[in-house]
Design a protein around this ligand. Structure first.
Ligand code: UD1
Length: 440
């Protein structure tokens, strides 16, 4: 166990390079299991989520080897087990991603209830309904599911609400199903398209025919591929917020305008500076930031994963900002910690006329003690703190708060940040941050 010790107050300056996308890498590993020959994946981040997925693959008998320079090889050769252990299900939310390759090989997949970040209930009802539409028979037990089909069959499924993971899972599962699958109301996240491109390189036939419609023509088998994982747009936002909040100037190598539209619009409104060129995007402070309201939404909207970082940035903006979270039902855990740092932030539930249409979570998962919005008044000088990080995005937000706070903060729970960021502290240090690691 380790902790970060952060001495805040330094403007971050310099150039930083993005790593491969957390929300893409792990699922390409799983899709690659369709082939017995090794696929080679480049630009792979060595992060907790990838290591956990690799461990599950090895537990099932598959092969994963990490090479130099973020290159990785993976194959489904020797895949002998169709049961994911309870432990692996608790560690990762990736369980249902395995269903397609396991059914293709064994006609059966046994998966535990998925785990993952503590940011809400995160049910998998939409995944399971989708799999049923492909002819899977699903038996539910208290702590696991048995999913059976001799071979999945092409079908039609319209997601009742947006789901990024559900869209991925249906694409992977339909890739080797018999016949054509039409998926409607699918997620538009760029990481879904990274998966589509990878499957197509393996010989799959997947196309996004409309922004929210994907057609998958099932093939009998997939071959290995050589593929480069896309860069992480959440990391781009992390470094951008760090540059603006610390009154710094950071060039984010590989940041791409096309994936960051909603964020760049918000930066413009708040009065932050940015300059786009073909290598990446420079983010810089150019004077007092202005309060700005945002509402999180599925892509192409303002992403929920950016909400915590944005809230910290708004503690430095002049006036009252409102942040409305509509994707997850309970994602404001970091607010208590921020309050201890003297931030002026209050949670509340805004009036919403049509919650079923506005909220991406299932309304029955909402609870009276959950809040869906925060009101932030700035600018405030934050005080240093000692806190425990409990999830990856809240962790990045607390690191950002500590980078701008007066004095020395100590953040425990480094491993939660490392589920999603490779060497975040090292890269921040290169930008001039005073951040050290200490063993507990
Ligand atoms: C993915 C991303 C996560 C991001 C999120 C939204 C990965 C590993 N994670 O999470 O970083 O914040 O997309 O862009 O890629 N839901 C249900 N039933 C379901 C499926 C989802 O109720 O069957 C709910 C979820 O609880 C959540 C909302 O729908 O409230 C959106 O979830 P989803 O888009 O599926 O997010 P993830 O794929 O879990």
């Amino acid at each position: 166990m380790e902790k970060f010790i952060i001495d805040g107050g330094n403007p971050l300056k310099g150039e930083v390079s993005l790593c491969g996308a957390k929300n893409s890498g792990f699922k390409l590993l799983i899709a690659a299991l369709y082939s017995n020959e090794p696929s080679t994946l480049h630009n792979f981040s060595k992060i907790g989520d990838v290591l956990t997925t690799a461990a599950v693959i090895k537990e099932l008998g598959g092969q994963v080897s990490f090479g130099e320079n973020h290159v990785l090889q993976v194959s489904g050769k020797n895949l002998t087990k169709q049961n994911l252990s309870q432990e692996s299900g608790q560690l990762s939310r990736a369980s249902t991603y395995f269903v397609g390759p396991l059914i293709h090989r064994f006609g059966k997949a046994v998966i535990p209830n998925p785990g993952g970040c503590q940011i809400g209930r995160r049910p998998i009802d939409r995944h399971l309904e989708g799999l049923k539409a492909l002819g899977a028979q699903i038996k539910e037990f208290p702590d696991h599911y048995e999913i059976l089909a001799k071979r999945l069959k092409g079908g039609y499924f319209a997601f009742p609400k947006n789901t990024h993971g559900g869209t991925d899972i249906m694409i992977i599962s339909a890739a080797c199903a018999e016949g054509k699958t039409i998926l409607e109301n699918v997620a538009q996240e760029p990481e879904v398209d990274d998966l589509i491109a990878f499957l197509n390189q393996m010989g799959g036939k997947v196309s996004r025919v409309e922004p929210r419609t994907i057609v998958v023509r099932g093939v009998d088998e997939l071959k290995p591929a050589d593929y480069t994982v896309m860069y992480d747009r959440n990391e781009a936002v992390t470094f951008a917020c760090a540059a603006l909040a610390t009154k710094g100037d950071v060039f984010v190598l590989h940041a791409e305008e096309k994936y960051l539209g909603a964020f760049l619009e918000a930066v413009r409104k708040v009065g932050g500076g940015y300059q786009i060129d073909r290598r990446g995007i420079r983010f810089y402070y150019q004077g007092q930031l202005r309060a700005t309201d945002i509402v999180t939404q599925p892509y192409p909207g303002f992403m929920t994963d950016w909400m915590g970082l944005w809230s910290i940035l708004m503690t430095q903006a002049k006036g009252e900002s409102i942040v409305h979270e509509t994707v997850f039902e309970n994602r404001f855990a970091f607010v208590n910690e921020l309050k201890k740092m003297e931030a002026k932030i209050e949670l509340f539930n805004p009036r919403v006329d049509n919650p079923e249409a506005i909220y991406n979570f299932n309304l029955e998962d909402d609870q009276p003690q959950y809040f869906h919005a925060a009101r932030i008044i700035g600018p405030t000088e934050l005080e240093a703190t000692t806190e425990e990080i409990t999830d990856v995005r809240a962790g990045a937000s607390l690191i950002l708060a500590s980078l701008i706070a007066k004095g020395k903060s100590e953040l425990l729970g480094v491993e939660h940040v490392e589920r999603g960021y490779e060497n975040l502290d090292g890269r921040l240090r290169l930008l001039g941050a005073k951040i050290a690691r200490k063993k507990l």
